[in-house]
Ligand binder design. Structure first.
Ligand SMILES: Cc1cc2nc3c(=O)[nH]c(=O)nc-3n(C[C@H](O)[C@H](O)[C@H](O)COP(=O)(O)O)c2cc1C
Length: 332
């Protein structure tokens, strides 16, 4: 089994389809130099047969970076894991938590929680395929599962097969009747299962995910588990990610404008390569969340970034609007 450095799992940003793409991760890395980052889920088949330049796009600065795979065929997952390792990913994570209909039809994601032996076979094949840590992101169970020992047996199975860490989204997935979005809110959170798992399996790195939305919760959870994974809160309020990372590393806080300007060389290189500004700036819209001029910042970027020829001067205009709003507030 390949071991993960515990210092690199204390804070991570969740895999989020359509959100944690290569541009988003570049921004998150600048905000949180110590955080572990995850790609969006990519199906093993797509990794093997698809457009790898797009699906596996990353920059060296994004390390430590995990590729999240979807799938349930050991041989395909093994092949995709070897490809991921050869492309420089630092971890390969198997999705056992996504509840969408499409994913259920493909027999992967959360429904795999009911197939522990198959998941163990998948993990064993992945772990044998490359010298890269293989990890699992799972729920507590599906539908009305309520037996902690079943959850623990699932985890024991994947760890026995070679998983180096589990990320626990600490609620069930309800496979019928809820949309994926509802499945992130409606089934109740049960952090105590993750705490108990960590108590009963002290050598196993356990990362807790689900509903962690402020710095106090980050600190509180780290008393029970090895790491916390932030999803929606990190995306919608990216400065929280910076605050959490700085608190854990002891680094001093940087102003929002400086963090954003650090993205400029990356953004300009991508613009040069033909990427439209809107694909990059859509991930920074929440940076001034709750700050003077925050709404103006978002508005300037969302209205201007899709115009042909939009470049970094638009971002400077949005930053200037926040500075002006701040001055107006101080003067009032
Ligand atoms: C837009 C969106 C896309 C998501 N896509 C994935 C995904 O590809 N793989 C995955 O394991 N979880 C996915 N999730 C779930 C998150 O990783 C996380 O488990 C969930 O949002 C709970 O954490 P939070 O309360 O901190 O947001 C997604 C969540 C959101 C909001």
């Amino acid at each position: 089994m390949t071991v993960l450095d515990p210092a690199t799992i204390r804070l991570s940003v969740a895999p989020m389809m359509d959100w944690t793409d290569v541009h988003c991760r570049e921004f998150h890395r600048l905000l949180a130099p110590g955080a572990r980052l995850y790609t969006e889920m990519v199906h093993a088949n797509a990794v093997i047969r698809g457009d790898r330049a797009r699906l596996l796009a990353r920059t060296a600065g994004q390390a430590p970076l995990a590729l999240q795979l979807g799938g349930s065929e050991p041989a395909l997952l093994a092949e995709a894991t070897a490809i991921a390792a050869a492309h420089g990913f630092d971890e390969v994570n198997l999705n056992c938590g996504c509840p969408s209909d499409r994913v259920q039809a493909g027999r992967f994601g959360a429904c795999l929680m009911r197939e522990p032996a198959l998941v163990a076979d998948c993990v064993a094949a992945m772990a044998a395929a490359a010298p890269v840590p293989v990890t699992v992101k799972c729920r507590l169970g599906v539908d009305d599962d309520a037996d902690y020992s079943v959850f623990r047996a699932f985890v024991d199975g994947v760890v026995g097969a070679g998983a180096a860490m589990v990320v626990v989204h600490a609620r069930n997935a309800w496979l019928k009747g809820l949309s994926p979005k509802e499945n992130r809110d409606v089934p109740p959170l049960r952090y105590d299962w993750a705490y108990r798992l960590k108590r009963e399996r002290p050598a196993l790195p356990v990362v807790l995910n689900g509903g962690i939305a402020d710095l106090a919760s980050v600190h509180a959870q780290l008393a029970h588990v090895d790491g916390v994974m932030l999803g929606r809160a990190a995306y919608h309020d990216p400065y929280l990610l910076h605050v959490a990372d700085a608190a854990l590393s002891g680094a001093s806080l940087q102003p929002r404008a400086a963090l954003l300007r650090a993205l400029r060389p990356y953004a300009e290189a991508r613009l040069e390569a033909g990427v439209a500004l809107k694909h990059i700036t859509r991930h920074v819209l929440g940076l001034y969340q709750g700050q003077p001029g925050g709404r103006m910042f978002r508005q300037i970027l969302s209205e201007g970034a899709h115009r042909p020829g939009a470049d970094w001067t638009l971002v400077e205009r949005a930053i200037a609007a926040t500075a002006q709003a701040d001055r107006a507030r101080t003067a009032a």
